[in-house]
Ligand binder design. Sequence first.
Ligand code: ZN
Length: 255
Amino acid sequence: MWDTHLHLDLLGDGAVAQLEVARDVGVTALVGIGVDPRRPARIAVPAGLTVGYAVGLHPQELPALSDDDVDVAMRALDVRVREPDIVAVGECGLDGRKGIGDDDTALARQRRVFAAHLDVAAREGLPVVLHGVRRDAAMLEVLDAHTAVCGPLVGCVWHGYSGSKDTARAAVARGVIISIGFMALEPRARRLREAIPSLPDDGFVLETDAPPLAPARLAEVAAAVAALRGQSVEHVKDMSSKTAARLFSRHPAAR
Ligand SMILES: [Zn+2]
């Protein structure tokens, strides 16, 4: 089973122990996500697990960065994206939360940085890991504008999806894979719970976005998704892993 989105470098001292527990409940492949290209997110993972990494500048990092900082980070992205264990560009996208992207200036800056990530991904033939919060329409708009000029990306995944069925349908129609995480464990996430059964079998992957959720809880996410879809857990694990391997084709577990 693939955990397509976690922050390995943030797991801290207990990282190896936590990953061993995850492996023992059936996790086999990890995609370690970066939030700033200047800080590699690599760690040594226990035997029995394979790992690939995504490199990108998270929109929530932007408010603390000057324009010069952003330039340096984006130049680091240009170099690091060619490292042999990089399997995706991201996480990147738009975030409309207060203090991050709730005004026009911040949004314009996020759009610019996001569009630059799409260009890098297209140039390198890598999939993109999207982070989209409260800016669903704008995010799809930036994607569409990119597709109109450069053609479709080799792959794209909307991480930690919590939106509606309609937005999920709009995303899937653009070839975007929906990544389901801990929100599936939240009984109050009504929109997401409606969206999950509507996804095609080959349209979703699983993630923990650990930490704070422990990587081993991917098994609970798989069980929750299976219950909502009325499918067996085995089927959900199998389908989501096949989709992940298709999406992250440069990952060692996909070869
Ligand atoms: Zn993340």
